[in-house]
Ligand binder design. Structure first.
Ligand SMILES: *[C@@H]1O[C@H](CO)[C@@H](O)[C@H](O)[C@H]1NC(C)=O
Ligand SMILES: *[C@@H]1O[C@H](CO)[C@@H](O)[C@H](O)[C@H]1NC(C)=O
Ligand SMILES: *[C@@H]1O[C@H](CO)[C@@H](O)[C@H](O)[C@H]1NC(C)=O
Ligand SMILES: *[C@@H]1O[C@H](CO)[C@@H](O)[C@H](O)[C@H]1NC(C)=O
Ligand SMILES: *[C@@H]1O[C@H](CO)[C@@H](O)[C@H](O)[C@H]1NC(C)=O
Length: 851
């Protein structure tokens, strides 16, 4: 398969469609039927068949059964192909509960072990024996069993509990690495070969064995391995090019529980109105009750807010970060400036000379067939990316006779560059660098440019940052649970690939998406399962979340695709740190029963919760709890005028005698109080509880604000992020959730221009990005007054070198004057967003604001 197609596939936005199998003449559609189970032990197959209408039963002799999947563990019911009349007939039967049409979900790596601090013969990899013997079930497009990443050298045979099947046969079949492989696509009896590449890529990221000299076109060369190189893989094929039917996902989780998997990895998602409609959430609830960890991807619909999927608190939901390897193709300009871009295909014979360069209104789009030879022949063509995920530009330039292409990222994608193999010498640049190149071209009649292909470079210490496409919170199905939970590598990940690329034989490929970050976490969970076999899925989640990194490899806060501070709605608890996760000190555990109480608290009916938990639930008989009462390792609070108080229980999994002290990053306008402030443990597995309360003390900016609470001992920092949203009903005037501010223009203003922003002067409508170079926080806090809260919150919380983002200011006076004394670099951007009003304490006499 062509690599570009592969990327498009991954990024296909997660639409779901109803699915019509090849049965148009009968107008049959696939439905998922829920039924109630009789008390007595039953034969599931015959009981489920009893719901089928006569006609459907009859036809069974001469055509495949109408029943596609029968469920046992995760649901009472089955999926079947039925006409709407047949469904109506079925509705009359005793025990029938509901019939819902099938939905289609969309699918949403060599260097990443090193990047995450996993090293051979050392630390977590050694201590966890490389995940030896853990079984990771991967739900995906199938797998390429002959791929070198799935060789079984050093692999033990599958554990005795393994009951899964292998549907490959012949010379290339399962082995001690790939211990199971089944096809769950309804109506298909083909072995689960991977026709897309996605499943081969994700499986090898989670648990690929060591392969030397893995590379693409000679780039990113190195020893390839998954996160848990000695874990077993069980592939469950649930996706094809057209998507992933949700009834199959439910059926796979059902089977995986029987088969004995330890971990389920699901790089698939879609939008849902409730948890009982979301069969990933439904299936994983029962998996969780069985001690199976379910890892999901957050989706690729970022950077807008409220775009995330897989919201259930009982799964680990993973966003995508960048890592520190880039395949560089530098743009060199006639004026001597140069800008590093990226390109997967490195043109070896491309001359290092300057060519005439073209960028004009007529050529900028580089649409297929639109470029004329007269415009581009013999030139380097600059193209504006239309949608960073769709790349027709290279072919258009090549066809029209251009010598090379410089593709400029969209504004929304900013700094997130996807490494793609283009059909001609090319490079992709960030939006900001593109603006500078365009300015040069405008300024010169004889503009020239060249591309210098520099190959793979490591050690970009601004990583990790959040990738533009990684979906963002808040959580829509459960606003009181912070999602995503964690981020891990998902941009330009090298991993196994079934096909040759561009007529060059290559068994590895670079892909991007939260689909790629999810299996990183699945592999890391496998390592933790070896080190802590007695930990529940919730305990493992807690260990990963409370130890996550907040800073990049330069020691600066994690940034987003615009080089702004990444917020908790983008990164959740932070960037995974496997070594720290293996020794977290304290854990926040959750009893499976507590999730049922939580679902009662969310207001679902007994029947709906019964679907999810697959058991009879009566919310009047169990005490329901609110979202924030769940013993979750992070906080998402919607705060009105009322004080909110919660209890959390932590379990000591570190040394016996340990004392922890609390450290709180306060949020201006909110008082976070923790009691007690000290937790003393004398034994391992001892529990302690603390009370945390949130009180409004002043104005909170209209956006989400964030802080954190950490328990600190000599050897551990156990951190929980806190996200607070003003409750619009009680706070007034706050905008709705699903807004995504347009990305502001960036322009740096020189030091000389800064005084125009001093106290008493006015700059209308600006959003600011500030680089903190000194820190006089007390002074500023005292002088600035509480209207500057958003500003000050960031400044108080961050070390020198941080980049501060002021989401929005309309009338900007006062605070800036104070800041100006402390700051050397000031970046100003036109405002797109008008929520925060900044005024100096003594604003009287300030100039009026131009409109
Ligand atoms: C470019 O994007 C616009 C807007 O999304 C879309 O209508 C158009 O079809 C795209 N052009 C191509 C060639 O895909
Ligand atoms: C790719 O591999 C096939 C089969 O091994 C071989 O026939 C072909 O020549 C190879 N192509 C290249 C470009 O090396
Ligand atoms: C969680 O479940 C356990 C066991 O049923 C129960 O003891 C505990 O009180 C529950 N936690 C909360 C917050 O209700
Ligand atoms: C749930 O429990 C309450 C209180 O015992 C009872 O009144 C109600 O009938 C029960 N509901 C169901 C559906 O069993
Ligand atoms: C912790 O300290 C107490 C009192 O000093 C002692 O009795 C106990 O054995 C210690 N526990 C551990 C696990 O070291």
């Amino acid at each position: 398969m062509h690599p570009l197609l592969a990327s498009i596939f991954i990024f296909t936005s997660t639409l779901w469609l109803s699915f019509h199998p090849n049965n148009a003449e009968n107008d049959l559609q696939t439905y998922i039927i829920h039924v109630s189970l009789p008390e007595d032990n039953i034969n599931f197959e015959s009981y489920y068949r009893s719901f089928l209408p006569r006609v459907a039963l009859h036809s069974e002799d001469d055509q495949p059964s109408r029943i596609i999947h029968s469920y046992r563990h995760v649901a009472s019911g089955f999926s079947a192909r039925l006409s709407s009349d047949e469904v109506k007939e079925m509705e009359k039967k005793n025990g029938f509960i509901s019939a819902t049409p099938q939905k289609m979900l969309a699918l949403h790596t060599t260097h990443s072990p090193d990047f995450l601090g996993l090293q051979q013969h050392f630390g977590v990899w050694e201590e966890s024996n490389y995940g030896r013997g853990v079984i990771i079930g991967v739900l995906d497009t199938g797998i390429t069993p002959s791929h070198p990443s799935f060789h079984d050298n050093n692999m033990p045979p599958p554990p005795a509990k393994w009951k899964g099947k292998c549907e490959f046969s012949g010379t290339v079949t399962c082995n001690n690495k790939l211990i199971g492989a089944r096809n769950f696509l309804g109506g298909s009896t083909d072995p689960p070969f991977d026709q897309e590449g996605h499943g081969t890529h994700t499986s090898s990221t989670a648990a690929g064995n060591f392969v030397d000299e893995a590379n693409v076109f000679g780039n990113a060369n190195g020893r390839s391995a998954g996160m848990a190189p000695l874990a077993h893989i069980a592939m469950y094929k649930v996706c094809a090019l057209y998507g992933c039917p949700n009834d199959a996902i439910l059926a796979v989780i059902d089977a995986a529980i029987d088969d004995g998997v330890d971990i389920i990895s699901i790089s698939i998602g879609g939008p849902y109105k409730s948890f009982y409609d979301d069969y990933t959430a439904v299936g994983s609830f029962v998996a969780m009750q069985n001690g199976i960890s379910v890892i999901t991807s957050v989706g690729n619909n970022g950077p807008c807010r409220a775009t995330l999927f897989n919201e259930a608190p009982w799964t680990l939901t993973v966003g995508a970060s960048t890592h520190d390897r880039k395949i560089i193709a530098t743009t060199v300009l006639g004026n001597g400036e140069s800008y590093d871009g990226q390109s997967l295909f490195q043109s070896k014979n491309f001359p290092l000379t300057l060519f005439p360069v073209v960028y004009s209104e007529e050529t900028a789009q580089c649409e297929p067939g639109a470029l004329k030879a007269a415009q581009v022949e013999g030139k380097i063509v600059i193209c504006d990316s239309n949608n960073t995920l769709i790349n027709y530009h290279g072919k258009a330039v090549k066809d029209a006779g251009g010598v090379a292409m410089i593709l400029i990222n969209t504004k929304v994608f900013g700094d997130t560059i996807l490494e793609i193999a283009h059909v001609l010498p090319a490079t992709i640049l960030s939006f900001a660098d593109g603006e500078k190149i365009k300015a040069y071209i405008k300024s010169s009649f004889t503009a020239r440019a060249g591309i210098d292909f520099k190959g793979t470079k490591m050690g970009f210490n601004d990583a990790p940052s959040i990738a533009a496409f990684s979906s963002r919170g808040p959580n829509k199905l459960s606003p009181g649970i912070l999602k995503p939970d964690i981020i891990g590598p998902g941009l330009n990940i090298l991993a196994a690939w079934p096909f040759s690329l561009e007529d060059i034989n290559s068994t590895f490929n670079i892909m991007s998406g939260t689909s790629m970050s999810c299996p990183h976490l699945s592999g890391i969970v496998a390592l933790l399962k070896i080190e802590h076999p007695d930990w529940s899925p919730a305990a493992i989640k807690s260990a990963i979340m409370t130890t996550a990194d907040q800073s990049n490899h330069e020691g600066q806060p994690i940034l987003d695709e615009r080089k702004f501070l990444a917020d908790v709605l983008a990164i959740g608890s932070g960037h995974v740190n496997p070594s720290k996760a293996s020794n977290p000190g304290l854990i926040y555990d959750i009893n499976p029963m507590n999730y049922t109480q939580y679902l009662c608290g969310l207001g679902y009916t007994n029947m709906e919760i019964g679907f999810i938990a697959h058991q009879i639930v009566n919310c009047s008989l169990i005490s329901s709890i609110s979202e924030a009462e769940l013993n979750y390792p992070s906080y998402s609070i919607i705060l009105g005028a009322e004080i909110q108080k919660y209890t959390r229980i932590v379990t000591n999994v570190g040394d016996g005698n340990t004392t922890y002290f609390v450290s709180i990053t306060q949020i201006p306008g909110v008082h976070t109080l923790v009691e007690p402030t000290k937790l003393v443990f004398t034994e391992v597995n001892q529990q302690a509880r603390y009370m945390i309360s949130f009180t409004r003390t002043g104005e909170i900016s209209g956006h989400f604000v964030e802080g954190s609470i950490s328990w600190i001992s000599d050897n551990h920092v156990v951190r929980s992020p806190i996200s607070i949203k003003c409750n619009p009903r009680t706070a007034g005037g706050v905008r709705g959730l699903a807004t995504c501010s347009p990305i502001p223009e960036t322009q740096k203003i020189s030091a000389k221009e800064q005084p125009t922003l001093g106290p008493g002067t006015v700059e209308s409508s600006v959003t600011m990005k500030l680089l903190i170079v000194t820190k006089k926080k007390r002074v500023m806090f005292a002088e600035a007054g509480k209207e500057c809260v958003d500003f000050l919150f960031h400044i108080l919380a961050l070390p020198i070198g941080s980049v501060v983002r002021l989401l929005s200011t309309k009338e900007m006076v006062g605070c800036l004057g104070n800041l100006y004394e402390s700051l050397e670099n000031l970046y100003i951007q036109p405002n797109q967003d008008k929520d925060i009003l900044l005024k100096p304490k003594s604003a009287q006499g300030a100039a009026s604001v131009p409109h």
